[in-house]
Design a protein around this ligand. Structure first.
Ligand code: SAJ
Length: 415
């Protein structure tokens, strides 16, 4: 089977690699020439466990090739970004998806299958994507098969989850659903759930919204407990001993290109009903300010403060900084006039420094990301380099080390 994957980012590239390893001939398309060059050399431009080896092998055995433009294929998979628009609803910007659809229309033939994996707002397939192909002269379900099969994989575990997660297949017609299901049945070991496009769209958006709302509840609780001088982490641990309670983890905010983006896709379609969804977004968006408040009150008597930022990516053990709350916290701390030294072992950036340089003379280590490296720090060594040996752990991953001078505070004991 010949497969053309449009968009070689965090989802498109692992998907392309997976199909290559199942003996398909895969052409990956990306608009960035530098990405195409790196991939055709057998290297990768993103961090994801196991992916580099797969691409190296696929390029070597000629199962994968990257290109700047689409080619004729049996199946097209669209995995391009769907950002928020800059409007008052932060609605779903389909520009890249529609451009990708347009770019493949000259290559479509009778029996081609087109699958949109990008997360899109409910009814996008029916209202925008299906009409685009109809206008180009195709009868959907007869000439070509069109389906929305949302990706649901967790960065850091993508290759495992691609195989083992259940997969929702939402076709425009039953024949479309069947055609798309056949494509994924090649490697998916989870259940293949067949439905219509609009149900698939809403399910995907709601999965991420569910998580966002639950995290917002944990973040709200963290603020309330901070005000009342109650240890929120103890409260969560205790409440979660109830068999039907699972309070999520509070943190510096919700980042990434999924949870911080997709809930708005539901909100824009029915703002008069989506109250909890919007409030959850607002609560999670307020966490960077809360982190700065905690620092302000911890150092109320000190004006000249040097802070070592540990972690800029939106979550641990990835190199992705999209929508990361760390970026907003850094901006706010700069506005406060604090001196910052930024360290992230997963990101190469001209303004970032190594760990030892970051902590030299610092008054605070601010942990914003749950990278593995931060779970096994040498506290005594860090403390010996700092002016004030204090660490604020917003992810609750740093355990105190007996005998070390480094004092650890977190959302549980900061007030
Ligand atoms: N976070 C918290 N507290 C928690 C859990 C997470 O603050 O208890 C934060 C993280 O630090 C991060 C953000 O939430 O900033 C999102 O991280 P995540 O690990 O929850 O999710 P993503 O964005 O990496 O991946 C999500 C997944 N969706 C769900 O778990 C419902 C994944 O399965 C989706 O495929 C992905 O979104 C996507 O692409 O839509």
């Amino acid at each position: 089977m010949k497969i053309c994957v449009i968009g070689l980012g965090y989802i498109g590239l692992p998907t392309a690699a997976m199909f290559s390893s199942y003996d398909c001939e895969v052409i990956g398309v990306d608009v960035k020439p530098e990405v195409v060059d790196v991939l055709n050399r057998g290297d990768i431009h993103i961090e994801e466990p196991g992916l580099s080896e797969m691409i190296t092998a696929a390029v070597a055995n000629k199962r994968f090739k990257a290109s700047l433009s689409p080619v004729e294929a049996d199946v097209y998979i669209i995995a391009v970004p769907t950002p928020n628009k800059n409007d008052s609803y932060m609605s779903c910007d389909l520009t890249y998806v529609l451009d990708a659809c347009q770019s493949i229309t000259p290559f479509l033939k009778k029996g081609s299958t087109v699958i949109v994996e990008s997360t899109i707002g409910p009814r996008s397939m029916d209202d925008y994507i299906k009409p685009l192909f109809e206008t180009a002269g195709f009868e959907i379900g007869e000439d070509i098969y069109l389906a929305h099969c949302p990706e649901r994989v967790l960065p850091g575990q993508i290759l495992k989850e691609l195989i083992h997660n259940n997969r929702i297949i939402g076709g425009i017609t039953t024949k479309c659903t069947e055609a798309a299901a056949k494509v994924y049945s090649m490697f998916v070991k989870g259940e293949i759930i067949k439905t219509e496009a609009k149900t698939a769209e809403m399910s995907k958006c709601m999965e991420n919204t569910f998580r966002d709302v639950n995290i917002a509840l944990a973040n709200e609780l963290a603020k309330i407990c901070y005000k009342l001088d109650i240890n929120v982490l103890d409260v969560i641990q205790m409440a979660n001993k109830h068999p039907r309670v699972n309070i999520h983890s509070p943190g510096p905010g919700v980042g990434g290109h999924c949870l911080a983006v997709d809930p708005y896709f539901i909100y824009e379609k029915a703002p008069e009903y989506a109250n909890i969804i919007k409030m959850a977004r607002d609560t999670n968006n307020s966490m960077p300010e809360f982190v700065v408040d905690v620092i302000r009150s911890a150092f109320a008597n000190m004006s000249e403060l040097t802070i070592a930022i540990f972690g800029v990516t939106y979550k641990g053990d990835v190199d992705d900084m999209r929508e990361s709350p760390s970026l907003e916290i850094i901006e706010k701390l700069k506005e406060e006039g604090y001196r910052l030294a930024i360290h992230d072992p997963h990101v190469t950036h001209e303004d970032f420094v190594e760990m030892d340089e970051a902590v030299l003379g610092a008054d605070l280590i601010l942990v914003l990301t749950d990278h593995s490296e931060f779970k096994s720090l040498d506290h005594s060594r860090l403390a010996s380099k700092m002016r004030t040996p204090l660490l604020l752990d917003t992810k609750n991953i740093v355990m105190p080390q007996p005998g070390s001078r480094l004092e650890i505070i977190n959302f549980g004991n900061a007030s």
